[in-house]
Write a protein that binds this ligand. Structure first.
Ligand code: MZP
Length: 501
């Protein structure tokens, strides 16, 4: 064996040394834009993220609800591939058809309808918000809303009546006037106010948006420029059924794909990328991974990967290292791959973005990963804690938690992710588990948490005297820390009054 004597390290073992902060370095000028896919020197990436965050290709993280919420904030979700092609495409379509909250009053949904009716309508239309009128007619008295969240939380009780869970009229501020809504040409608007109310979606109120003719109404177009852009969405694929899955996803409107595997340094991935580029379309964007060294990175880049994911065994729910003994400390893996990416760019003029996948625990780990060279970060645990993740919120031991399980757990049954090409393994089973089924502390809304996280990263970037992620990569100064200096970094030698945290 070749023995690498250098210790492989995690994010926790590093800190950032402040650089000169000039008066111009304020958080509001910090630019968090990040390239998602390969581009040539002097050109721009075909997709640029406004924030360098992507959500994991996992059943417990990235469904259409998460994808919409994250894309609205400037990131992207990769919708999990461990489901049927049809279901995955439906989720992609739902994101691509989404326009900041439709009120759909053609629905014939009344308070007496069942959730089953609502689900059927959502699947047919891709709408995330449905307006309910008293009698189900398009012109009836508007009495409530059903959102995607209601649907997810109630998916186990399809016979439940709409009236039991719709957001009632009293919660809708404009509705206090007893307004009747009218629909014509797919447009829903409020005649009495003579405008389309733009209300706060965060408070689970609807934006009354319309699909045609909006110019003819009294609207401020600036307020609506968020509403008319199509959201971007990614999807996970595997190296087994790509010949059927990829064309279907492309047809559904997916923006980018990623081969999802715990070990991406394989001929299976090379074949998958080459097949997609040669037979489905050169412009179909596809990331690959995961790798933890220069050799793995270069192999996938040469096969044509549009970005490469880094990380084996560092995920919070991952037990691959315990089960198979493969992996590498995430910080060391990332630093080596980032070096290879920079060398490759220098020698070929082609920039291949890299994604640090898994192992982020603290918000400052994100800044470290970006400084170490990651172009963007894939996170599972972070996003699983929010309202928008697809799993149940439960009260456990007096605390609210959300469920979070690994793709390598028996619960996910994602055998393709761990497939080693064994032809006898066609019974859709995992030989052994590589992931656990767990809870994570419930943390509220994605948008609120992102604001705090981004606030911290921007503030650290100002401390480093940089205002873009590129500058952070080139100028940040990092230092290794000893285990005793980690203790020094927390509150120590005092009696903390509120020891909750
Ligand atoms: P984390 O953000 O929760 O630390 O890690 C999420 C990452 O762990 C995912 O993006 C994926 O690469 C990886 N993952 C997902 N399922 C498993 C598993 O069951 C896993 N072992 O390692």
């Amino acid at each position: 064996a070749i023995i690498i004597n250098e210790v492989s390290r995690t994010f926790n073992e590093y800190l950032i040394i402040p650089g000169l902060t000039t008066k111009q370095h304020t958080p509001d000028i910090v630019d968090m834009k990040a390239p998602l896919v390969r581009f040539k020197k002097g050109e721009e990436s075909a997709i640029t993220l406004n924030i360098p965050f992507v959500s994991s290709i996992m059943q417990s993280v990235s469904d259409s609800g998460m994808a919409k919420a994250l894309a609205k904030e400037g990131g992207i979700s990769f919708i999990y591939g461990s489901q049927s092609i049809e279901d995955q495409c439906r989720m992609v379509r739902e994101v691509k058809n989404y326009k900041a909250g439709f009120v759909e009053s053609r629905a014939n949904i009344t308070p007496e309808s069942t959730l089953k009716d609502v689900i059927a309508l959502k699947q047919k239309t891709g709408f995330s918000t449905i307006g309910v009128t008293e009698d189900g007619s398009p012109t009836g008295v508007f009495c409530g809303l059903i959102t995607g969240r209601d649907y997810r939380e109630n998916r186990d009780s399809p016979d439940k009546k709409v009236k039991d869970f719709m957001t009632p009229i009293d919660d809708l501020i404009y509705a206090k006037n007893g307004i009747t809504l009218t629909e014509a040409n797919d447009i829903v608007w409020d005649h009495k106010l003579n405008t389309l109310p733009i209300l706060d979606e965060d408070k689970r109120l609807a934006y009354f948006v319309f699909r045609k003719d909006y110019d003819s109404h009294k609207l401020n177009p600036n307020e609506l420029s968020d509403a008319h852009k199509r959201l971007i969405v990614g999807a996970g694929i595997n190296s087994r059924d790509y010949a059927e899955r990829v064309p279907a996803l492309v047809e559904a409107g997916v923006d980018v794909l990623c081969i999802d595997s715990s070990d991406g340094y394989s001929e299976w991935q090379k074949e998958t990328i080459e097949y997609i580029k040669n037979n489905i379309g050169k412009n179909v964007l596809v990331g690959a991974g995961n790798v933890v060294d220069k050799e793995g990175f270069l192999y996938l880049v040469k096969a044509g990967a549009d970005f490469v994911k880094v990380g084996v065994g560092g995920g919070s729910i991952c037990i691959t290292r315990e089960q198979k003994g493969i992996g590498r400390g995430q910080a060391t893996a990332l630093i080596e791959v980032a070096g290879a990416r920079n060398e490759y760019f220098k020698s070929t003029g082609e920039y291949i973005p890299i994604c640090s996948d898994g192992g982020i625990v603290q918000d400052y780990h994100m800044t470290l990963a970006l400084a170490m060279g990651a172009d963007f970060l894939m996170m599972g645990r972070y996003f699983a804690r929010f309202d928008e993740s697809p799993t149940r919120k439960l009260l456990v031991g007096g605390n609210y938690v959300k469920e979070y399980w690994g793709e390598g757990s028996n619960r996910a049954r994602n055998w393709q992710r761990y497939d080693m090409g064994d032809n006898n393994n066609n019974n859709n089973s995992l030989k052994f588990e590589e992931g656990v089924d767990s809870y994570v502390p419930y943390a509220g809304k994605l948008k609120d948490n992102l604001e705090i996280t981004l606030g911290k990263i921007k503030s650290t970037m100002c401390s480093c005297g940089v205002s873009s992620l590129k500058q952070l990569q080139s100028d940040a100064k990092l230092t290794l820390v000893s285990s005793t200096s980690i203790i020094e970094g927390g509150a120590h030698d005092v009696i903390v009054k509120d020891a909750k945290n």
